[in-house]
Design a protein around this ligand. Structure first.
Ligand code: G3H
Length: 496
């Protein structure tokens, strides 16, 4: 087990000697003839005191924009980041293995998460070079020479979610960092230990106090940090409940900038003109990759009544062919769910639906074994059921039959979410008539394909409770900076 005691504050790696939090894998293994969650290690259960020390180190390193990092040239910051990526790649295998054990993501997908993150950092560096080229141009208007720069915002509190503990933490931390901000960083509850392999890379690549880590229970260490009013940007990917709670604590909430990616309940709409084979294969991937534990996952499926039976038959066959197994098994598609209380919650929402007239229509749907939950197709779901409204974030596929296309449009209008929708239809006219209504209700409309975040160069955002601000490579650079101007008036004094 990895008993992590190190944390990074003000450029120093400190050693923790207080209470710790043990970390158990969602994966059960056989120990002395007994099936048990594997003990992976432990990490510091820091308190308000350590959190405030780390915050003060970030504030000092920023030093009202006068610190070494916020005043460093763009090329200097890029060189530090390149050094960091170089060191990060050396830890590839260790990070991937822990990622797999900590959240039960398959080895293949854990490796993809790592490699995608490295690509993301490299693309961010390239995007910054482009931005810098633009800001080194001067514009001359009405006798004024203007240079538009991108300047940092201050101290960023960066927190990612458990389903992409490396990648989605870094999709805010990296752009915030490279734009000259200083960072206070808390790893998600599941996926903490893997970051211990990167502490030294941070320490050795950036000036003192630029990256600071905090460990402990989120509910204990993040509220005082927000209440201090010293955080300039909240960069958070997780639930809107937590995000709202954190925002409200900031004494100058109107001045706090927030870059948030939050709850989502993405719909798939299968019309009577859909190619059902395409719809089924995309919906399987869209709703069940990483057991449906993705904000972009398809979490509700609307199917036209005339094709519902044929669709369900094909869907159930596809679900029955999915490969279940341990995360390290090659080709595995369904792995244990990450959160210990998830099987109970999923069982509750399925029972709520069946009590109100729906049924689990696939063999073994919803059955559990240790931390496995077998995907459940639930039909017919309607708006009286929890599965119609709640973001299940797990392997349950609620299917809603519809007669009029206005029904899924109304669902989206009334939903508190607005991230993505997938429309399955081979009728070009029908597709064209649906794009406008949906593009004004969500932030991405996918035609005949699943919902997803990538490619990472695309803007990633959402409406209503689904997001605040936009993430992607170029958008994220904008999100963590301000366009500032240096103007020079070509008057007589300047000419002399
Ligand atoms: O959990 C939310 C992620 O942004 C999903 O990303 O679509 O690349 O899996 P993904």
């Amino acid at each position: 087990p990895l008993h992590q005691r190190e944390y990074l504050v003000g450029g120093e790696i400190k050693i923790w000697d207080g209470p710790v939090q043990e970390v158990y894998s969602p994966v059960y293994t056989l120990e002395n003839g007994e099936l048990k969650r594997k003990l992976l290690g432990s990490y510091p259960l820091g308190t308000e005191k350590e959190a405030m020390e780390a915050l003060d180190a970030a504030v000092a390193a920023y030093n009202n924009g006068q610190g070494e990092w916020p005043t460093m040239s763009v090329s200097g910051r890029i060189a530090c980041m390149e050094n960091f990526v170089y060191k990060m790649i050396k830890q590839r295998e260790e990070v991937i293995k822990l990622l797999m054990w900590e959240i039960a993501k398959s080895y293949t997908d854990s490796a993809k998460e790592f490699d995608r993150t490295v690509e993301y950092i490299n693309a961010t560096i390239d995007a910054l070079k482009d931005t810098d080229r633009q800001s080194s141009r001067f514009e001359i208007k009405e006798g004024v020479v203007a240079q538009i720069r991108r300047s940092p915002l201050g101290v960023v509190l960066s927190m990612g979610p458990f389903n992409y503990p490396l990648n989605e933490t870094f999709t805010t931390l990296i752009p915030a960092l490279i734009m000259g901000n200083t960072i206070l960083f808390k790893a998600p509850k599941h996926g903490v230990l893997l970051h211990s392999y990167l502490l030294r890379a941070f320490q050795e690549s950036f000036p003192k106090g630029v990256v600071n880590t905090i460990y402990g229970r989120g509910a204990v260490i993040t509220p005082p940090v927000m209440q201090s009013g010293k955080v300039d940007v909240l960069a958070f990917i997780g639930s809107s409940k937590v995000a709202n709670d954190l925002k409200k604590r900031h004494p100058k909430i109107n001045r706090l900038r927030a870059v948030l990616s939050l709850d989502a309940k993405n719909a798939a709409i299968v019309t009577q003109h859909a190619d059902l084979a395409v719809a089924v294969s995309e919906i399987i991937l869209g709703s069940l990759s990483f057991n449906g534990q993705r904000c972009t996952a398809i979490k509700i499926i609307f199917v036209h009544k005339s094709v519902a039976d044929a669709f369900l038959q094909q869907l159930n066959t596809a679900v029955s062919k999915l490969k279940y197994g341990m995360p390290w098994e090659p080709g595995v598609q369904i792995t244990p769910v990450t959160e210990a209380d998830k099987p109970t919650y999923l069982n509750e929402v399925i029972q709520d639906a069946t009590a109100k007239g729906a049924a689990v229509v696939n063999e073994n749907g919803g059955a559990t074994a240790s931390s496995f939950v077998f995907p459940a197709v639930v039909y017919p779901v309607n708006d009286s059921m929890r599965l119609y409204h709640e973001e299940q974030f797990g392997p349950v596929l609620p299917v809603v039959p519809f007669e009029s296309i206005q029904e899924p449009i109304d669902y989206q209008i009334n939903s508190s979410h607005g991230m993505q929708v997938s429309i399955f239809s081979n009728d070009a006219k029908e597709v064209a008539s649906l794009i406008d209504p949906f593009v004004n209700l969500v932030s991405r409309v996918n035609i005949n394909s699943l919902s997803q975040r990538g490619p990472d160069a695309y803007p990633f955002t959402g409406r209503k409770d689904s997001a605040e601000g936009t993430l992607s490579i170029a958008d994220a650079l904008r999100a963590f900076s301000i366009r500032s101007l240096v103007t020079t008036k070509a008057n007589d004094t300047n000419k002399k």
